[in-house]
Ligand binder design. Structure first.
Ligand code: HAX
Length: 431
């Protein structure tokens, strides 16, 4: 069965289920909003629905009811199928998905022309976002919408765009790596390989024993989704809700991922670890690292890779990367500094008393592994994150089209309105 057939078989039941839920319980209150939340990035307000994954405060990422720790041996193609359908594919289904993705992976020539025309020192995330944005002209959703199509089939062209985008992005990203860092000609895609092995290969990094390819596989799996309230997912959802096509929506989401408090933290994190290594000419003592971390905080900076808006325990994606590192590069000094940071930094953040979550997130571990394999261009790291996250945010967009999600339009109020409300003064609805 193809992915489209599988999904088609589930959508009718999904719609029926939601219709009944709305009919029976539409007025039930599931969350309230405090003044602090209204000013505080809407933290904790339950006002979005995401069925591809959820993030439990303590357990971390759960994709379709499977904890991420159960999925660390899977391939990105399996994860994409799981995100979209709620099931893992059987071997025939997986084979058909891989063949389909290979057929869709050719990148239009104009994408390379756009990338070549960009300033040589453009950030790789700017290049990825621009490459995706310019493909909007080929959006199947856009074409079908312009021709006229019924709402109940919106998800079909959205799935087409998703499969095209997910298949092409690794080729584009590896191309950005080669172009941006002067690595020589682009390396042709080898469609006999699966997505992660092909992706690893197209970077041109020496990988005699396939361990870098395995890291890429793990990387693409671990970053694939993180429910829908994070900046990149929420942005993608909001833009797509205007019936903008997937290329517009994903490009916008990636621009959010490029921020230092979100996906860019992985590059910031490795920068921090390398600063430590330079300063102490290797792995520092616990005391030296302790002082360095305090100095970072006292200079007004955050410790990248630590803290989270939702998590309140060590991110299981961090744990998965550390386990990988312990097997592959336990003697690498950069990895050892990341390990030591995990021991030293949480108590400091607790002592400082500001961060609600003093524990490491996914970004605290990934960079040191990439560095180990000689991928030293750390401002490229968020692109890897993006290639993976596109699977989750696109899957969410397909589901949103399938269930007919309306345009996002929460109500904002003015500070004057809030002051009036809290002081019980006469409040008119002029806000
Ligand atoms: N170092 C220093 N201070 C930190 C901190 C850290 N790692 N994490 C949180 N804090 C501070 C906040 O800056 C905030 O300080 P102010 O009150 O002075 O503004 C205070 O603790 C309360 O913040 P919070 O409620 O615990 O955290 P938020 O939900 O506001 O923000 C962040 C969550 C992830 C943005 C935050 O923890 C942070 O800046 N961490 C470092 C950057 C990082 O690792 N980002 C990646 C997160 C994972 C991700 O999205 N990856 O893509």
């Amino acid at each position: 069965m193809t992915l489209k057939e599988k999904l088609a078989g589930k959508i009718a039941a999904m719609r029926e289920d939601l219709k009944k839920l709305a009919k029976d319980h539409a007025a039930r209150v599931i969350s309230e909003v405090t003044v602090e939340q209204a000013y505080g990035g809407m933290r904790g307000i339950k006002s979005l629905v995401c069925d591809t994954s959820e993030v439990d405060n303590n357990r971390g990422l759960i994709i379709r009811e499977r904890h991420i720790s159960e999925l660390t041996e899977k391939t990105p193609e399996e994860i994409l199928w799981l995100l979209l359908t709620g099931e893992l594919p059987d071997s025939e289904e997986l084979k058909s998905l891989k063949a389909d993705m290979a057929d869709r992976s050719a990148v239009p020539r104009y994408v390379w022309d756009v990338l070549k025309a960009m300033p040589k020192d453009s950030h790789p995330m700017t290049m990825l976002s621009a490459a995706i944005l310019c493909m909007d002209k080929d959006s199947v959703f856009k074409k079908r919408y312009d021709e006229g199509m019924k709402k109940d089939v919106y998800w079909e062209p959205m799935l087409e765009d998703t499969l095209n985008l997910v298949a092409r992005t690794p080729v584009i990203a590896a191309g950005i790596y080669r172009m941006r860092y002067g690595k020589g000609p682009l390396i042709e895609s080898d469609n006999s390989l699966d997505m992660s092995a092909n992706f690893a290969r197209m970077h041109g990094i020496s990988d005699p024993d396939g361990k870098f390819a395995d890291l890429m596989r793990l990387y693409l799996v671990l970053h694939s989704d993180h429910e829908s309230g994070n900046v990149s997912a929420f942005t993608t959802h909001t833009v797509a809700s205007a019936l903008s096509n997937l290329y517009y929506a994903v490009s916008a989401g990636l621009n959010g991922l490029a921020g230092p408090l979100h996906g860019l933290a992985n590059q910031e994190c490795l920068k921090w670890v390398l600063m430590v290594k330079d300063m102490f000419k290797g792995v520092p003592s616990d005391e030296q690292l302790h002082k360095f971390a305090w100095d970072t905080l006292q200079s007004g900076k955050v410790i990248p890779g630590y803290g989270h808006a939702v998590l309140r325990q060590t991110d299981p994606r961090f744990t998965a990367f550390m386990e990988f590192g312990k097997k592959i590069c336990p003697d690498d000094q950069v990895f050892q500094i990341a390990e030591k940071t995990f021991k030293v930094v949480p108590p400091i953040l607790v002592q400082q008393g500001k961060a609600k979550d003093p524990w490491p997130n996914v970004d605290a571990a990934s960079g040191c592994l990439l560095w180990h394999f000689g991928m030293n261009e750390f401002d490229y790291y968020t692109v890897l994150f993006g290639v993976s996250r596109i699977m989750g945010i696109s899957a969410q967009a397909v589901i949103s089209r399938a269930i007919g999600s309306p345009i996002v339009r929460p109500k904002s109020v003015t500070t004057r309105w809030i002051k009036g409300f809290v002081t019980k003064e006469a409040v008119t609805a002029k806000a």
